[in-house]
Design a protein around this ligand. Sequence first.
Ligand SMILES: [Fe+2]
Ligand SMILES: [Fe+2]
Length: 239
Amino acid sequence: MENSVSLKEIRANEKIRILIDSANQVLERIGYTEHGTRHVGYVSRAAASILERLGYPQRTVELAAIAGWIHDVGNAINRKNHGMTGALLMLPVLQEIGMRMDEIAPILSAIGNHEEETGVPVSEISAALIIADKSDANRTRVRKGKYDPYDIHDRVNYAIKKNWIEVNAAKKMIRFGIQMDSTSSVMEFMQIYLTRMRMCEKAAAFLGCSFEIVINDTAINNQSPRIVETTENQSDVIM
Ligand SMILES: [Fe+2]
Ligand SMILES: [Fe+2]
């Protein structure tokens, strides 16, 4: 589309990069896991892949990727309400870059609705952003040299050796899988991820899909409780 601002331009924008770095520094100071370019890069790719696999138009896919890249900048102000502050922060920046308002608006509502405290899936971009963001659980998020065995977030994240999302467009199913070791437990995972996983179920429903959570090869929610077999040729592992 003419005059479309690309993901490449957004990723190359220095002001946005500074805000992402600043947000990550704020969260480091208050003891949160990694929220830098690795996290927002993952969320950007995952949100786009979910919509792409489900057959959404290419520009919608790219807008989801842009929303993923900038979704956490509000943390540069404060963790509390960072979805809403982030959306307000990005408005003048996206305008300055030259993005059209009809494309900015859905990005802002997706950013403003990605937090579990106040957010709900309000669009396909918002739904994909929620699933992508909440599925980024992995030991790489524990900051180097900062692992605290008495911190449940560190224990849970460190226990997760592998995480992935699968999208089965034909079956209208999105699966979030993790492999975790005994550093933590499924119980502890659910203690801190229950609200986020419920939000993902709602986001998947918005996209017309079921959402299955698989931990160590066992489905743990009520989408289809069974031992999961290999899904080759059925689903696309996208992340
Ligand atoms: Fe966030
Ligand atoms: Fe995030």
